[in-house]
Design a protein around this ligand. Structure first.
Ligand code: HEC
Ligand code: HEC
Length: 224
């Protein structure tokens, strides 16, 4: 009788631990897995069609831009891939490729891209000075009248990223930055802690979005 009850309890505990572990993995924390860049290169064979062999991605004006992955934080990349798999981020282009990867391959490709040197972004040229000035203001100082906090206050000095939670957004393609801000406005991207980005994006006008995207793309933090 006693023994039976004990076994029942231990079973419940195991179940709880399994659930916790599952939640950790889903959040991209990959507790038990270590990424290997060499294995990642093999797993990234299909990614080059869009993200390019050097991880630079591509700005596609009027179309769907492919983000630069080179030099992004490994844990951030892994989190995004889990977010695509679980529908917190929606992209018809990315979903099949995210789904091709198992948990080990996710940390491997994340290690692979994070070790690449940061490349320059496109989409920050041929923009008029007034728009760039507006973009610079939003990125570095924010706009208190519109309750927009500066991008830099979260994305770090030079907006080149801070830890694994705040990705680098300078040297990123203008078309991609724009598409993400629009996705947050439309509640199509719902994967950030406390909806921090949703709150920022919803306060921005169309012109604000074009301005800050162009300015960030024009700010090269490309590795030398
Ligand atoms: C058909 C083109 C295409 C292919 C192939 C592709 N991607 Fe993507 N990827 C995209 C697009 C488009 C986005 C932006 C999606 C969005 O708007 O949310 C993206 C976004 C990402 C992101 C999020 C980046 C960020 O800054 O948040 C990661 C990580 C990523 N891809 C990894 C991969 C990996 C790894 C592979 C290969 C297994 C791959 N992609 C293959 C088109 C592609
Ligand atoms: C209050 C903090 C905060 C502020 C202010 C902020 N961001 Fe973010 N941003 C985040 C977080 C957190 C993420 C990562 C979300 C996730 O986990 O996918 C993010 C992600 C992004 C991404 C997606 C990058 C990628 O590679 O997928 C873009 C683009 C972005 N922010 C642009 C901006 C811009 C432009 C501004 C300024 C107008 C700004 N952010 C201000 C917190 C912030």
């Amino acid at each position: 009788m006693n023994g039976k009850r004990f076994m029942g309890t231990s079973k419940r505990i195991t179940g709880g631990l399994g659930l916790l572990l599952g939640v950790g993995l889903a959040a991209g924390q990959a507790v038990a897995l270590e990424g290997d860049a060499e294995r990642g290169q093999a797993a990234a064979g299909t990614c080059v069609a869009c993200h390019q062999a050097d991880g630079s991605g591509m700005n596609v004006p009027g179309g769907e831009s492919w983000p630069r992955l080179a030099g992004m934080d490994a844990d951030y990349i892994a989190k995004q891939l889990h977010d695509f798999q679980e529908g917190r981020r929606q992209s018809a282009s990315m979903l099949p490729f995210a789904n091709m990867l198992d948990d080990q391959q996710i940390v491997d490709v994340a290690a692979y891209y994070s070790e690449m040197p940061v490349t320059e972004a496109q989409g920050g040229d041929d923009v008029d000075d007034a728009l760039l000035a507006r973009g610079e203001k939003l990125a570095l100082r924010g706009d208190w009248d519109a309750y927009i906090v500066s991008c830099m206050s979260c994305h770090g000095p030079r907006n080149e990223g801070a830890g694994s939670d705040f990705p680098g957004i300078s040297s990123q393609h203008a078309g991609y930055i724009e598409s993400q801000l629009r996705a947050w406005q439309a509640d199509e991207r719902r994967n950030d802690p406390q909806n921090l980005m949703g709150a920022v994006a919803k306060r921005m006008s169309d012109e604000d979005i074009r301005a800050v995207s162009a300015w960030l793309a024009s700010q090269s933090v490309a590795s030398e």
